[in-house]
Design a protein around this ligand. Structure first.
Ligand code: NI
Length: 408
């Protein structure tokens, strides 16, 4: 079966490259993926695959730019189900390079490889459909909108409860990465990626002439104290060895050389792995900020917008998918990865069903752009990875369905 699958995927590689390049040329921002999802649905329907559209609604009246397809094996046997997830959205970045398939939408770019994820799940689904007489059960293809933006398309699909007919016993997700060379697959059991929350802080003072600070309450100096105090939570309050990051990437004090402003606004991100500590921090950080700002004569509004939880890779499912990956690419091509402080809305699925999120190497020093980091204007992938990622998704699904068949 593995050889048959590899041949089927190899025959689809040219198609996957052209789908990926089409999507790359026509990127759409989070929750605006109308053309992207229509393109995916067209390809699925042309193969005779059943699709449900209009899922992942941001508001009750929005169209829902996600789709769920069911690929059914026709070999007699028990009807189990496994889900494969792809994300559809692009980022607000102006692309550079790639003459052959550069973005045609100014200021929008597939800089996180979601075009590749979509092409790979499409390829996996179509390959499995073409081999449907060889296996039994159902493979659910989940094309979700809005991975890059809160509240995360995955959270909407979970809330809409659309991953239930039939109910998958687990879900697989993948992400391209330039950190791994082409040919490699990266796995980690248990907690893999961080919970991420957004911080919005407004330090309030009383502005005035910069030459008369005694008549003002200077929010810039208060903000400076607050920024350092927040880092001390990481180094002093946090238990050593417990992963945590607090970064403040935006600080605006809109005064002038001779003007003390009324307010300083600060924005940042809080990354954690421990849910209890995360909850504690949501109380501790605003309390600390209040104490500092009030103590210095000002005040503060401290808002925390809760984002994705931790990506929890189910240890049993991950062990089985890793074993399937050894069969597919060989032990020498498996990399056991460390935790990452990045976030991923795939996390939401992993809190309602067993999940396995793995990395697909796309770096190749011989191909320009493939060494560039994610979310950068130069980002590109080695397209040979499309066959590896699609094949691994399909092989992972077949392995799970076959395993369950043995057990029943
Ligand atoms: Ni991404």
């Amino acid at each position: 079966m593995i050889e048959l699958l590899k041949q089927t995927i190899a025959a689809l590689h040219g198609d996957m490259v052209s789908w990926r390049r089409h999507l790359h040329r026509h990127p759409e921002l989070s929750f605006q993926e109308q053309k992207t999802v229509a393109y995916v649905i067209e390809r699925l329907k042309a193969e005779g695959i059943e699709v449900r559209d209009g899922v992942g609604k941001l508001t009750p009246s929005s169209p829902g730019t996600g789709a769920i397809a069911l690929v059914k094996g026709t070999k007699p046997g028990p009807s189990k189900c496994i889900a494969l997830r792809a994300d559809l959205d692009a980022l607000p970045i102006t692309e550079v390079g790639k003459d052959a398939y550069c973005s045609l939408n100014p200021g929008v770019m597939h800089a996180c490889g979601h075009d590749a994820h979509t092409s790979m799940v499409l390829g996996a689904g179509i390959a499995l459909h073409r081999l449907r007489s060889e296996w039994s059960g159902t493979v659910m293809l989940v094309f979700q909108p809005g991975e890059e933006k809160e509240p995360g398309g995955a959270s909407l699909l979970v809330k809409e409860d659309v991953l239930n007919n039939p109910k998958p016993s687990g879900i697989l997700g993948q992400h391209v990465t330039p950190e791994l060379p082409i040919g490699k697959l990266g796995f980690r059991s248990g907690a893999f990626m961080a919970a991420a929350d957004e911080l919005y802080i407004a330090v309030k003072g009383r502005g005035g002439h910069a030459g008369s600070p005694h008549l003002c309450v200077d929010p810039v100096v208060i903000a400076a104290q607050l920024i350092l105090a927040l880092q001390q939570v990481v180094s002093r309050n946090n238990k050593p060895g417990r992963p945590m990051v607090l970064s403040l990437g935006k600080v605006i004090a809109n005064g002038a050389t001779n003007i003390i402003p009324d307010e300083v606004t600060i924005e940042g991100t809080l990354r954690t792995f421990d849910e209890a500590w995360r909850t504690e921090l949501h109380a501790l950080l605003p309390e600390l900020a209040k104490g500092i700002c009030k103590g210095l004569g000002g005040d503060v509004d401290f808002t925390i917008v809760k984002g994705s939880p931790v990506v929890k890779n189910d240890p049993e499912l991950t062990a089985r998918i890793r074993a399937a990956a050894v069969e597919f690419v060989g032990e020498e091509n498996i990399v056991d990865m460390d935790i990452r402080m990045g976030a991923e809305d795939f996390a939401y699925y992993t809190h309602v069903m067993p999940g396995c999120f793995f990395r697909v190497g796309t770096g190749n020093p011989a191909k320009p752009g493939t060494q560039s980091g994610l979310h950068r204007a130069e980002f590109d992938i080695d397209e040979d990875a499309l066959a590896i990622g699609a094949g691994m998704m399909a092989w992972g699904a077949l392995s799970e369905l076959a395993r369950r068949r043995l057990l029943t």
